[in-house]
Design a protein around this ligand. Structure first.
Ligand code: HEC
Length: 138
């Protein structure tokens, strides 16, 4: 009798362990989803610039970004709102530009605003974001 309980216990424990290995990790946060679309946006926008096509608009706005929940355990900086506002200011400036060299400069500035916030809140993706900067000859 005792032995049977032992066997059952062992089976229950191994099922619990195995299922915890199979179940996927935490779902991506709202912020993480927004951010992925922002990365796609700048990658696409860079191509538009290179092929001389008109500016497209980002589907994320300051309000959405300000409210988005972040991954558990991560922390936003004290100046979070300031970084959000700064990014959207630079994005507006980028939208307004017509001239192509200015377009590159304002694009780089907007991408730098992504990086500034990331230096304080989430350094991981910086390398990936940086790849989208245009090299500007002095
Ligand atoms: C105001 C701060 C801020 C700005 C501006 C910002 N980010 Fe982020 N980003 C974050 C935070 C915080 C996270 C972590 C989100 C989480 O894990 O919930 C993040 C995550 C990411 C990720 C990783 C997403 C994932 O989970 O795989 C990428 C890629 C990214 N950002 C790209 C960008 C790009 C591109 C821009 C500019 C167009 C940008 N970010 C602007 C704060 C910012």
């Amino acid at each position: 009798m005792k032995r049977r309980t032992g066997v059952i216990l062992w089976m229950v424990i191994s099922i619990v362990i195995m299922s915890s290995m199979i179940t996927p990790k935490e779902k991506p946060s709202e912020m993480s989803k927004l951010m992925k679309s922002m990365l796609v946006y700048i990658q696409n926008e860079k191509q538009l610039i290179e092929t001389n096509k008109p500016v497209s608009r980002l589907s994320v706005d300051a309000q959405k970004m300000g409210k988005a929940k972040i991954t558990k355990g991560k922390k936003l900086s004290k100046n979070h709102k300031q970084y959000v506002d700064r990014f959207f200011e630079d994005l507006e400036k980028y939208y307004l530009v017509k001239d192509s060299s200015e377009r590159i400069a304002t694009f780089n500035k907007m991408v730098s605003s992504c990086i500034t916030c990331h230096q304080h809140e989430c350094p991981g993706p910086i390398t990936v974001i940086k790849k989208n900067l245009f090299e500007v000859k002095e």
